[in-house]
Design a protein around this ligand. Structure first.
Ligand SMILES: [Mg+2]
Length: 191
C-alpha cells in the first residue's frame, strides 16, 4: 500500500467517493422483463469498515456519483453515509461545491477516490486526488495517490487505511473498535 504523507493526510476533512468503479467493480447487473427493470451492484464488505473508521476519525464521507442508482443509495444508507449525491456526470463539481459549503470545508481539505474520466474535474480541484488500481490512465495521471486494489475489491478500505495511517490514527482506531466490542460483550453479560 503506498503511503499518504502526514501533512497531506492531516489536512483532509472530507472524503469523497465515486460509486461505480470505486465502491463497485463497475459491473452493472441489469435484468429486465416486460414489467420492470431490476438493477444490481456488487459491493465489497471490507469497504464498510473502512468507511466506519473514517467516520470514527470525524471525517465527513460523501458519495458523488454520475448515475442515479437505487442499490448505491441503499448501500449508503446501510453504511450510514448521509451525503449521497447522484447527479449527471456533468454535475459532480457542483455537487462537491454544495457538500463543501454545507460542511464548511475547502476544496483543499477534500480527498476524492476515483476511477474514470467523469471524475477528472473534481480530481483536479481537491487537495488529495486518489485513484483505484484499475482507474483509467488519465485519472491515475491526475492522482497523487494510486492504490494497489481495484474498484469493488476493497479499494475504499485500502484508501481509508492509507489516509488514517498518514494521520497516525489507524492503530488507535482499530484498538478503539476492538475495545468497543469487548465493552459490548461485558455489558451483555452483566444484563
Ligand atoms: Mg466511476
Amino acid at each position: 500500500m503506498s503511503a499518504i504523507s502526514g501533512e497531506q493526510a492531516h489536512r483532509i476533512r472530507v472524503v469523497l467517493l465515486d460509486a461505480d468503479g470505486v465502491m463497485t467493480d463497475g459491473g452493472l447487473y441489469v435484468s429486465a422483463d416486460e414489467e420492470r427493470v431490476t438493477e444490481g451492484r456488487r459491493f465489497h464488505v471490507h469497504d464498510g469498515l473502512g468507511i466506519h473508521m473514517l467516520r470514527r476519525a470525524d471525517l465527513v464521507v460523501a458519495i458523488v456519483s454520475g448515475k442515479v442508482s437505487a442499490p448505491v443509495r441503499r448501500r449508503a444508507e446501510a453504511l450510514g453515509i448521509m451525503e449521497v449525491h447522484q447527479v449527471s456526470p456533468f454535475g459532480k463539481l457542483e455537487a462537491v461545491d454544495d457538500i463543501l459549503r454545507r460542511v464548511g470545508a475547502t476544496w483543499d481539505e477534500a480527498a476524492f477516490l476515483a476511477d474514470d474520466l467523469a471524475d477528472l474535474p473534481v480530481l483536479r480541484e481537491v487537495g488529495l486526488p486518489a485513484a483505484v488500481a484499475n482507474a483509467v490512465p488519465e485519472v491515475k495521471e491526475a492522482a497523487d495517490w494510486v492504490g494497489d486494489v481495484c474498484g469493488g475489491a476493497g479499494a475504499v478500505r485500502e484508501f481509508s487505511e492509507a489516509l488514517l495511517r498518514g494521520r497516525a490514527e489507524w492503530d488507535a482506531l482499530v484498538e478503539g473498535y476492538v475495545a468497543e466490542c469487548y465493552e459490548h460483550w461485558r455489558s451483555a453479560k452483566s444484563d
